[in-house]
Design a protein. Structure first.
Length: 511
């Protein structure tokens, strides 16, 4: 079946249309239903797009091949501001399609876990749909000007989700989130104009910039690499640009934390690969050590700090800093390892493992924040020291907590293991025995998760939780979907890894 309709435009803007309709309805119940319906239709379209990559005998996508032999599928390009060479330009490749599918999957799950929200319901659900539009727009934009618009506008809905529906310190957390991520966009803006003025003819076309790599190697390219690392590292986040994240997660409502950890952090990883590696490849080869250093520090720092956390949400937030360090480390291993004789296959595995880690962490972090949020709603606290023995009163909640913790610490057979093991193999191929430094985090990660489980859900029942209630149906269903995805992509990772490895091999081979 040939996909000859504008599927990318629908994926990007259908949620925005849904946001307008959701905001316009007056009934809370209708707002929930409309928002969920639009998000499920978008998920269906994103699934069709993904199958266009996985099963070409089922769906055939039109394609665009650039001068650098890069292929973009389902392209849509129209003049927007022709006087300065700005276009409405959408296209998907193997990197973006995985993340678009993740975004489309998490959106209805975040809406479902927020089903009991009663404060300004139409506006609340509309914000999530609007966020889905901006995120898909970032992943699918192939024009730098258009990319910047989606990137900046995406800050607005998350700001309001935290500031209006968040916890006691929501205004502080929302402003901190906005200022950090907005100010980090300044080096991104400067870099975008550098790409424009160095390209000949001047263009915002990302496909042309990737094909021609106009930035001269040397000082200019290296400075741009650092600037873009600051911009995308803040969003990822990486140490020491991470300090906005714990506050934002602790104060955000459960659905907001799901989207923030599950998909918004991935914008940083996507930017590092698309900009730092594809657009300035020589600088990536020169500065791989910086990526590796911040990756290793983030991995170790996040894991060690988790040991000291009492708030379950804060612990999961710092674990995200640690797990996102695997992304930068995997990218560094891929870029450097591919230039070393005999390390090419390992480098490809490390690079594709970094991308798979973004996908895996999106699924696992979403489940972690769902269980942490549900626990806080039901018991009035997320402090591990105040819990104890809740498995006796809430066995379903305890089960989902255990599975989510196991997936995050990298239990074989679940999705987190595949991603981290791939990165470890890539790091060993590129850097040899240095791999044992990030491997230390396996011990720390197991320690803080198992210790948290032992104190929170096992042991004698705290008398305060004698009347604790278990998960409701609207909480069980999204968690069940995520747990099933842990197993599916953990047992059969080849579904996505083959796709990512082939793409990574082409990208690294062109450096």
């Amino acid at each position: 079946m040939l996909i000859d309709f504008p599927i990318l435009t629908l994926i990007v803007f259908l949620p925005a249309l849904g946001a307008l309709v959701t905001y316009a309805v007056r009934s809370d119940r209708a707002a929930r239903g409309v928002a969920l319906a639009f998000s499920l239709v978008t998920l269906a379209l994103a699934t069709i797009l993904l199958f266009g990559f996985l099963r070409t005998d089922w769906f055939s996508l039109p394609s665009l091949t650039t001068a650098g032999s890069h292929v973009y599928y389902a392209p849509e390009k129209y003049d927007w501001v022709p006087t300065v060479n700005v276009h409405y330009f959408l296209g998907a490749d193997e990197l973006s399609v995985i993340l678009v599918f993740l975004n489309a999957l998490l959106a209805p799950l975040a809406l479902a876990i927020s089903w009991d929200e009663h404060h300004r319901v139409p506006a609340f659900f509309a914000m999530f749909l609007f966020m889905e539009t901006t995120v898909s727009g970032v992943f699918l934009s192939l024009d730098l000007f258009q990319f910047l618009i989606f990137w900046e506008v995406g800050l607005v809905p998350m700001y309001f989700v935290i500031a209006v529906w968040g916890g006691p310190r929501r205004k502080y957390a929302a402003i901190k989130f906005f200022l950090y991520t907005f100010l980090a966009s300044v080096p991104l803006l400067l870099s975008v104009f550098a790409f424009y003025f160095y390209s000949s003819p001047h263009t915002f076309d990302m496909t042309q910039i990737i094909a021609t790599t106009p930035i001269p190697p040397g000082v200019i390219g290296d400075l741009m690499f650092v600037a873009l690392l600051i911009a995308f590292g803040t969003k990822l986040p990486t140490f020491p640009l991470h300090t906005w994240l714990p506050d934002a997660h602790v104060e955000a409502p459960t659905g907001g934390s799901v989207i923030l950890a599950g998909i918004l952090l991935k914008l940083g990883g996507y930017g590092l690969i698309r900009f730092n590696v594809q657009m300035i490849p020589q600088a990536a080869i020169d500065m791989y050590w910086l990526l590796a250093a911040v990756g290793i520090v983030s991995i170790l720092y996040g894991a060690i700090v988790c040991l000291a956390q009492d708030d379950l949400k804060r612990m999961v937030a710092f674990s995200s800093v640690s797990h996102m360090g695997f992304v930068t480390l995997g990218i560094a291993a891929g870029v450097y390892g591919y230039t070393q004789i005999g390390a090419g296959r390992g480098a490809v595995l490390g690079f594709s493992g970094a991308i798979f880690q973004m996908f895996a962490h999106g699924l696992v972090a979403a489940a972690l924040f769902m269980v942490a949020g549900s626990l806080g709603h039901k018991l009035g606290t997320r402090n591990i020291s105040e819990l104890g023995g809740i498995a006796k009163k809430a066995p379903r909640m305890a089960t989902f907590i255990m599975i989510s913790f196991m997936a995050s610490l990298g239990l074989p057979g679940l999705v987190g293991f595949v991603a981290e093991f791939s990165v470890f193999l890539g790091v060993y191929a590129a850097f040899g025995l240095l791999v044992f430094v990030p491997i230390l985090t396996v011990v720390f990660t197991a320690a803080y998760y198992i210790w948290a489980m032992q104190r929170a859900i096992f042991g004698p029942l705290n008398p305060k939780w004698e009347n604790a209630t278990d998960l409701h149906r609207f909480e069980i269903e999204p968690l069940a979907v995520l747990v099933a995805s842990f197993a599916l992509f953990g047992i059969v990772p080849v579904i996505l890894l083959d796709l990512l490895s082939n793409w990574a091999n082409r990208i690294l081979g062109g450096l």
